[in-house]
Design a protein around this ligand. Structure first.
Ligand code: GDP
Ligand code: MG
Length: 445
């Protein structure tokens, strides 16, 4: 197995403890590890290099959030840049916005998954777009390639162009256009022939087919296991035919997703879909976030860091850290923690992300804690006066009754909260003894 990037970065950043901003030399050291992670994920070398330069520039000088380690912060920066490079948050579907028949042309090397993907898309077009599609195979090289598409057409209930043996690709394309027009098909999918390697004859054929069919979409189908060679494939095709997008197949296998970054970088075109199996419904809209996780090999850390960064206001975190360093932990601090727990998706979410939290979660559940209780506990705290929050010892029976009534809970809940506070305050003192938050982070890391 690969070391995860967070393992590697842990080492790089050990010496960084206690510093405020990411320094150039540290970032460069970290980027050496990132580079290895990218290459192991099969990102093409020149693409990895360019990517690293961009990230380095962004990372140097950034302040490290109190709530995360420098290593985690660098991972987040790398992750965000990956997502951005892979297409950002937008997901691009098929562009069917043209005068029918809208032509979709599939191109790629032999065995990349063109024919399978053609049938998958046809099914999607019928089921999700509610449009009538016709498929035509222009593959006259591989024996029985045209029959293969006809069989798949039967399986997804989409029409295929009748086969006329001996006809050449460009003529088949013309005939398919004609048939689609005459029979009022909304969409025409052209499944082209591939070669084992890119060659001139193939490119000439693709150009000629594109010439007669004026496709609205030209989708390059690439096997995600292609690895370093992906760049050559992408360069050759994008130089010859007007690509509009990419489909990555075999994302169900153990591909580490690097081809996605290479394809995107070289073609500049969106990756629209991911093939996730041999079955004809095994296709998904491409999700940059999950592929970025896969490239880095550490999804959980990233989502934890992201949530931490999004939900913890830095001042809050700093105040808490200061208090913990002082060994002080009052009910305002507890309220903030409860709020953060809730914002981060509650107890279940936290436990799912951090292996070490599983035991803590079980303990909390055993004592009747769940996400609804978090809300109640917050309500209890906000019904207390500032004085009471700073000094919980003030809470006598009378005050407890008042707070219970004010928060719509009962005295039992108020007691539970006070007990929880006591326990956490004690835990915070422990943390202080163990060397503060950094010590704690070291234990988790
Ligand atoms: P073509 O030569 O480009 O037309 O490739 P095919 O569509 O004939 O696919 C070649 C092989 O790859 C077939 O056995 C497909 O079932 C398989 N295949 C295609 N897409 C995927 C995918 O996303 N995942 C997996 N596991 N197999 C796929
Ligand atoms: Mg084929």
């Amino acid at each position: 197995m690969f070391d995860t990037l967070s393992d590697r970065l842990g080492g790089v950043f050990d010496k960084l403890k206690g510093r405020g901003a990411l320094r150039e030399q540290d970032v460069r050291d970290a980027m050496r590890e990132v580079r290895i992670a990218l290459l192991e994920a099969d990102v093409a070398l020149p693409v990895a290099r360019r990517f690293i330069d961009a990230v380095t520039e962004k990372a140097v000088g950034q302040d490290v959030l109190r709530s995360v380690t420098p290593g985690q912060q660098v991972i987040k920066i790398v992750h965000d840049e990956l997502v951005e490079t892979l297409g950002g948050a937008e997901t691009e579907g098929l562009n069917l916005d043209a005068k029918p028949p809208v032509v979709i042309m599939m191109v790629g090397l032999q065995g990349s998954g063109k024919t399978t993907t053609t049938a998958k898309l046809a099914k999607l077009i019928r089921e999700r777009h509610g449009k009538k599609a016709l498929m035509a195979s222009l593959d006259v090289n591989r024996p029985a390639a045209q029959e293969q598409l006809a069989v798949l057409g039967g399986q997804v209930d989409v029409a295929t162009l009748p086969i006329i043996k001996g006809q050449q690709p460009v003529d088949i394309a013309r005939r398919a256009m004609e048939a689609a027009r005459l029979q009022n098909f909304d969409v025409l999918l052209l499944d082209t022939a591939g070669r084992l390697h890119v060659d001139d004859a193939l490119m000439a054929e693709m150009k000629a087919v594109a010439g007669v069919s004026a496709p609205n979409e030209v989708l390059l189908v690439v096997d995600s296991l292609t690895g370093q060679d992906a760049v050559n494939v992408a360069q050759s095709f994008s130089g010859e035919v007007p690509l509009t997008g990419v489909v990555l197949t075999r994302m169900d296998g153990d591909a580490r997703g690097g081809a996605a970054l290479s394809m995107r970088a070289v073609t500049g075109k969106p990756i629209k879909f991911a093939g996730t199996g041999e079955k004809l419904d095994a296709i998904e809209v491409f999700r940059p976030g999950s592929v970025a996780d896969r490239i880095l090999g550490m999804g959980d850390v990233v989502s934890l860091v992201e949530k931490a960064a999004a939900t913890i206001k830095e001042e809050d975190a700093e105040k808490l850290a200061r208090n913990i360093e002082k060994g002080k932990f009052d009910l305002d601090d507890l309220a903030m923690q409860l709020r953060q727990m809730r914002n981060m998706g509650g107890l279940g979410m936290l436990a799912g992300m951090m292996p070490g939290m599983k035991k803590a979660k079980a303990a909390m559940q055993a004592s009747g804690m769940d996400d609804k209780v978090l809300v109640h506990l917050e309500a209890v705290i906000s019904s207390m006066t500032p004085k009471e929050r700073a000094n919980p010892d003030l809470m006598n029976a009378k005050r407890k009754k008042r707070v219970a009534a004010g928060s719509g809970t009962d005295v039992q809940t108020v007691n539970k909260l006070l007990k929880m506070h006591q326990e956490m305050a004690r835990a915070m003192k422990q943390i202080k003894k163990m060397g503060g938050l950094k010590g704690l982070a070291a234990m988790f890391g």
